[in-house]
Design a protein around this ligand. Structure first.
Ligand SMILES: Cc1cc2nc3c(=O)[nH]c(=O)nc-3n(C[C@H](O)[C@H](O)[C@H](O)COP(=O)(O)OP(=O)(O)OC[C@H]3O[C@@H](n4cnc5c(N)ncnc54)[C@H](O)[C@@H]3O)c2cc1C
Length: 551
């Protein structure tokens, strides 16, 4: 069931079987993928791949998929888009002894007004938590909001210690990222692995090719191996970057494969057809996330997750290049049918809970008044401190003592953030800071529990693989669910609230409606617990390693 990298065999099988149909569906929707001269789809190859298998749109595949899907969604005419709306917390209640999601509280970030979106089925697709780190290829909004919200609502979260660091982000002279990478507003520019796939070689500051000393697969070794090798070379030669050179390939091929990379490098005065590109590793992908089953179901009834926010088991301890867009497509499709079935169930059986959710005030009510005093600068400073701390302690190489010290500091920062939220109310900077702190705590706790090195978690204290080790699974103790600002929940001391970790995550396996419509007696929704109590709840966070259920 768990080969050395923790891939969940059934999830891998599902993606392999259903992936091609999803790609063809995108083509039918108008996605403009790169083609060979004969009109067939061009396939590229990246790190860890044994052959060419990646359909792509030059070097902007994700952007092209997003463009095609947005156009298709707009064309239906029955999809409403709410831009500049920040999801703050899930609306949850208890049905049949298990947590159940009835929508989401959001903050309109332009007017700073809070409102509640009720829903019969809710899909989280909020991406990863790259902003936990200073050097990341992820956008400024990748603050792990969905992971933190689902965790607060009682869903299990899995494999958070497995963070993928991409070996080659552009070392830019423009601006300064906290870790030295530079780049636009909180993110560094990715130099796609396809550059190495198409023959690019890595050189150290002395101009020597070095990957042969680390792995037989040279530049196409898996990302964790290449990222560690680059970090080692940078430290050995006291340099802040290495070089990626593809200038030996025909200029016409390079420019047609990598037009976007060529254009971005040109802004820094680099002609990639002639010059090597200065690169360094950067956080790139959150392998862990909300634990989901094969239909996108989570440990909270009515809550589904797909894409980077989820941990379906496909990526195991280290995602293979270009598997994530496909994973999102496959599991979003698979969750659609069950979520409709669940909505029908909720409509029939959850009228009382829905009425209660409709009458309670949304999280963040009074945000407009709070906005005037929102400590944005303070939150930005704490966010920067957190990022630098995580890069040092929970970056490419992790030491146990540093992880423990970082966790202690993150606890302090979390207490400060909770106090600030209690004083100033809900605001976007505080919501994001609080979610980043929750994700950091999950990463550090899981990393401390792991007494081995595997995939995206490397510790010189435990350099080998432990054959007995299991994926990690974390959940708030049931009686504490919803105590970190959760909406529509009690003060969190009721043992009936919440489904626990693994059992909850599998409770809706197959995506059907919950088995028992029996409801327990309800008490009225109470105010969120005081900050100190919420903090205590987090400290009690249960971290354990549990084998995934057979599916
Ligand atoms: C530079 C780069 C290149 C990549 N290239 C590839 C590739 O070639 N192939 C591949 O397979 N993968 C690639 N990846 C990874 C892949 O792009 C991501 O894993 C994937 O886009 C995740 O999709 P998603 O829909 O889950 O989340 P995202 O694409 O991150 O979208 C999440 C959305 O949720 C919104 N959101 C977040 N929080 C909230 C909130 N609280 N309220 C409201 N909205 C919110 C965000 O604004 C965003 O619109 C790349 C990643 C990066 C950063």
């Amino acid at each position: 069931m768990y080969p050395c990298h923790f891939h969940h065999k059934r999830a891998v099988d599902v993606v392999c079987r259903h992936g091609p149909a999803r790609v063809l569906e995108l083509v039918q929707l108008g996605a403009d993928f790169t083609r060979n001269r004969d009109g067939s789809l061009h396939l590229t190859r990246e790190g860890g791949h044994s052959g060419r298998r990646i359909v792509h749109a030059a070097d902007l595949t994700g952007a092209e998929i997003e463009r095609a899907l947005l156009a298709a969604a707009r064309a239906t005419g029955n999809v409403e888009f709410f831009e500049h709306h920040l999801a703050v917390d899930l609306v949850t209640d208890e049905v049949g002894g298990a947590p159940h999601c009835f929508g989401v509280d959001v903050l309109d970030t332009r007017s700073n007004t809070a409102c509640r979106f009720l829903s019969l089925a809710t899909m989280l697709a909020s991406g990863g938590a790259g902003q936990v780190y200073p050097n990341t290829t992820n956008p400024h909004v990748a603050t792990g909001d969905g992971i933190a919200m689902a965790y607060r609502a009682g869903a299990a979260v899995s494999n958070m210690e497995f963070v993928q660091f991409h070996p080659t982000a552009l070392f830019s002279k423009k601006g300064a990222g906290g870790g030295g990478g530079g780049g636009e507003a909180g993110r560094v520019f990715l130099i796609s692995e396809a550059v190495r796939g198409e023959g690019g070689v890595l050189l150290n500051s002395r101009g020597e090719r070095f990957m042969a000393s680390y792995d037989d697969r040279l530049e196409l070794a898996p990302r964790d191996v290449v990222a560690r090798a680059i970090q080692d070379q940078m430290m050995s030669h006291a340099s802040d970057h290495v070089w990626l050179d593809i200038s030996h390939k025909p200029a016409r091929d390079v420019l047609s494969h990598f037009p976007n990379i060529a254009a971005r490098c040109k802004e820094d005065g680099i002609d990639i057809t002639r010059d090597p590109i200065p690169v360094l590793p950067a956080q790139h992908y959150t392998c862990g996330g909300v634990a989901t089953g094969l239909r996108g179901e989570t440990g909270v009834q009515g809550l589904y997750a797909c894409g980077e926010v989820a941990c379906s088991g496909l990526h195991g301890a280290n995602r293979l290049a270009s598997n994530s867009l496909l994973e999102g497509l496959v599991f979003a499709d698979r969750a659609a049918g069950p979520s409709v079935a669940h909505a029908e169930y909720a409509l029939r059986h959850c009228g009382g809970e829905l009425r209660r959710a409709a009458t309670a005030a949304p999280a963040g009510a009074g945000a407009a008044a709070a906005a005037a005093t929102a400590p944005a600068e303070w939150a930005a400073g704490r966010r920067g401190e957190l990022q630098a701390l995580m890069w040092r302690a929970a970056g490419i190489v992790r030491r146990e003592a540093a992880l423990a010290a970082a966790l202690a500091r993150v606890e302090e920062l979390s207490a400060e953030a909770a106090a600030a939220a209690a004083r100033h109310g809900v605001s976007a900077p505080l919501v994001e800071l609080s979610n980043l702190l929750t994700c950091a705590r999950l990463i550090l706790s899981c990393a401390l529990q792991r007494k081995e090195s595997r995939g995206g978690h490397f510790s010189p204290d435990y350099p080998g693989l432990d054959p007995e080790a299991r994926p990690s699974l974390v959940a708030l103790p049931p009686r504490r669910v919803g105590t970190n600002g959760g909406v529509g929940q009690g003060a969190g001391d009721d043992a009936r609230t919440g489904a626990g970790a693994g059992a909850g995550a599998r409770g809706a396996a197959g995506g059907g409606a919950p088995g028992s419509p029996k409801k327990r007696a309800k008490r009225p929704a109470a105010a969120p617990a005081p900050a100190a109590q919420r903090e205590a709840a987090h400290r009690e966070m249960a971290v354990r390693s549990t084998p995934r259920d057979q599916e």
